[in-house]
Ligand binder design. Sequence first.
Ligand SMILES: [Zn+2]
Length: 59
Amino acid sequence: MTELPVQQIMSVHLPGVDGLCVGCRWWWARLVPYPCYQAEWATRWRARVATRRFLDGLP
Ligand SMILES: [Zn+2]
């Protein structure tokens, strides 16, 4: 998995004014409370990469 699809997911799966995920409704016409599975997955993925980069930068 590269970073580009993760960024696309994070840019689409955003909280709507009613607390539901905008991306899930737009893509699949599904009413899912935010954060949805995709948003949580992308957030975890970003956190994992950031942690790895931080650890790699240590002496
Ligand atoms: Zn979503």
